[in-house]
Design a protein around this ligand. Structure first.
Ligand SMILES: Cc1ncc(COP(=O)(O)O)c(C=O)c1O
Length: 383
């Protein structure tokens, strides 16, 4: 496809409903760590589609999976089994503590599914309990229910009235969480590392306390691993590192490595949907499932996660040196394990490196920069 001129980019942008301020460039191709704009300028990409492109831009693994599956079967419809759907579900269950999977399109939909399942479970097992405890500064998506669950301050005044039934408490505050539990509480839902909030990890004692509270009060623990899942935190899932004991886990982002797929993964004990309760036109779509299976297999390949951890140790070590030099505070994360995140507060690093490189980074104005490098990386430039 011939790249658009700068003027065409500016003219055509008017056809899009403006939902965010985008820079006036148009990316035309990507390769590993790099994005290239319409003038073929390269940018080292530390956003990677918002922590999505597990293997970087246009990796061979995804290209091959798309070519093979698109030649074979793209869409039989969700009312039928297809082979990639079955294989992906098995792969996720066999490599986690969970037993069953619902495949969907986006992280928000996976979380909606988790909220619905918790409410259904509450109807069946806890005399209609429906309230879900969520945390200040959390992020769970942009559907009406997941915005209502989200603890981001900017969402509070939007689209009132919100969906009811969410009780917000301060993150990492076990006493406040316990105090918020009442007869109508059915679940606690959290990110084990709050991503949008600026990479804030859960305190291990807090997680242990949540495990206990859930047992004591017979309520469900839902971990939103839309961002932390599929290797981003150095283990396949963050709940493994944090020793959380969730009943429900949600996945998205890195699960597809760049294509839209998400999942709700659950313990059999809480499986209670009746036919018709949950669904969706694209659930278990074989094209997306084939890609996702290929991505997850790559992350599970021998040595992959070890390399993620090795590189991220180096990354965080270098970051700390710069942070010290520039008088920045401590690198945010979860102690030594924050390096697994591949993300950190790096504004001065960015500025300095920016002298010689064009970067794409995620920025919360006045607060922090985040880095979401692809996981398939080494210490050299690119792949
Ligand atoms: C932790 C978390 N949950 C849910 C979502 C929503 O995912 P999606 O944008 O795919 O709906 C996000 C997106 O940033 C997220 O970070």
């Amino acid at each position: 496809m011939k790249p658009l001129s700068q003027n065409s980019v500016l003219a055509k942008q008017n056809y899009l409903i403006p939902i965010t301020k985008r820079p006036e460039i148009c990316f035309v191709r990507g390769e590993g760590h790099y994005l290239y704009d319409q003038n073929d300028k390269g940018y080292l990409d530390w956003v990677q589609g918002w922590a999505v492109n597990t293997l970087g831009h246009s990796p061979q693994v995804i290209q091959q999976a798309l070519i093979k599956q698109s030649a074979q079967l793209i869409n039989p419809g969700p009312a039928f089994y297809n082979q990639p759907m079955l294989e992906l579900a098995e792969l996720l269950c066999e490599n986690s503590k969970f037993d069953e999977v619902f495949l969907t399109n986006s992280g928000a939909e996976a979380n909606e599914g988790a909220i619905k399942l918790a409410r259904k479970w509450g109807q069946k097992n806890k005399r209609g309990a429906f309230k879900v405890i969520t945390f200040d500064h959390s992020f769970h998506g942009r559907t009406l229910a997941t915005m209502s669950a989200t603890g981001k301050e900017a969402f509070a005044p939007l689209f009132e009235p919100k969906v009811g039934g969410f009780t917000k408490v301060p993150y990492n505050n076990l006493a406040a969480t316990e105090a918020a539990i009442d007869d109508q509480t059915v679940a606690i839902m959290l990110e084990l590392i709050q991503g949008e909030a600026g990479v804030i990890p859960a305190d291990p004692a807090f997680v242990a306390g949540l495990n206990t509270l859930c047992k004591q009060h017979n309520i469900l623990l839902i971990v939103d691993e839309v961002q932390t899942g599929i290797g981003r935190t150095g283990s396949l899932f963050a709940y493994q590192y944090f020793q959380a004991e969730p009943h429900i886990m949600t996945l998205g982002k890195g699960l597809g490595g760049g294509v839209p797929i998400a999942a709700m993964v659950i313990n059999k004990a809480v499986s209670c949907f009746d036919y018709g309760d949950q669904g969706g036109t694209y659930n278990g779509n074989p094209l997306m499932c084939a890609v996702s299976t290929a991505v997850v297999q790559e992350v599970l390949a021998k040595g992959f996660l070890e390399q993620v951890n090795r590189v991220s140790d180096y990354f965080c070590q270098q970051l700390s040196v710069l942070a010290k030099e520039f008088g920045l505070g401590a690198t945010r994360g979860r102690g030594a394990a924050v390096s697994h995140e591949y993300r950190a507060v790096v504004c001065t690093w960015y500025c300095r490196a920016g002298k010689s490189e064009r970067f794409v980074v995620e920025c919360a104005p006045g607060r922090f920069f985040e880095v979401y490098a692809c996981l398939d990386t080494d210490r050299k430039r690119g792949r």
